[in-house]
Write a new protein. Sequence first.
Length: 370
Amino acid sequence: MSFKDVFQAYNWADVSAAIYQKTAADVERALGASTVTLDDFAALLSPAAVPYLGQMAALSQRLTRQRFGNTMQLYIPLYLSNECQNICTYCGFSLDNHLQRKTLDDGEILREVAVIKKMGYDHVLLVTGEAQQRVGMDYFRHALELIRPHFANISMEVQPMDEEDYRQLQALGLHAVLVYQETYHQDDYKKHHPRGRKSNFDYRLETPDRIGRAGIHKMGLGVLIGLEDWRTDSFFTALHLQYLERRYWQTRYSISFPRLRPCAGGLPPKVEMSDRELVQLICAYRLFSPTVELSLSTRETPHFRDHVVQLGITALSAGSRTNPGGYANAEASLEQFEISDERAPATIADMLQRQGFEPVWKDWDAVYDR
Ligand code: SF4
């Protein structure tokens, strides 16, 4: 059994209709529940919950501080390569985009590492496009061996892999894997991923199962907000999260909420999500899962990030560059998408301290791996 079996028992149109039919009474029941069910979650992210946003935010804030204390984890991506053999309609690295392709060699990786370390980070998220020949397991094994001595822990956001690959990478010090479904709308998924290995919806859908079976410490889930109706997509993300939390209970989970950003050759969002709606979604996830980590990237504006850190977020990226080589050399190559919050990590850390948070520069200490 995998998540696919669970997923197939649901129908997008029915889920969507159920969400949009929720009433104030459903929302009030969800707010009073000691355990928030999936049905309650549907009520909390429905339009009927909008008038209850203040109440949701207060609850979300309390639950988050109870579980995570006054800490805020900082993370930073290190883009190793922008080569990609997939066509994704929303991404600057898409194969049909004629841009200069770059994969970092050892010297370039170490130069990026040095800049990131100087910013204060002891944790890094390695990111690549999907180019099996150039950036496959051999490249990853080598990159991990090269980078591991410099950081307490390492996360990866690369193409979905087989279970055995995840096992091997974990043995080399990989701590977390992020893999976003982009959208759970199967027909639209095909439209947005017309070519390349990523067009295989099922293989992607079952990736968290392979990560869970491989025993990776932590995994990140999410959808790309803007491709489809965010409420329905988020319901499926929560369904996926619930299934995984029960089945791979020793794994930690995080959720991200990337809103579609402009990029070279990219498409405009089909669905716009307002700031208030994003706050509603963050609070709904927190009420649904008091232990899930919720992270916010530099796609969001400084104003929005400064306000939302109090309401349920537990991790922020800061100082990000989304082009390979972009830390050591600002002009290195084309970025994956535009950044909204350009502030330096030290500035973000000051902002957090002023708001009563302790910035945390790593997710895990290497001593626990022994
Ligand atoms: S989203 Fe990922 S797989 Fe798709 S084009 Fe961009 S880098 Fe390649």
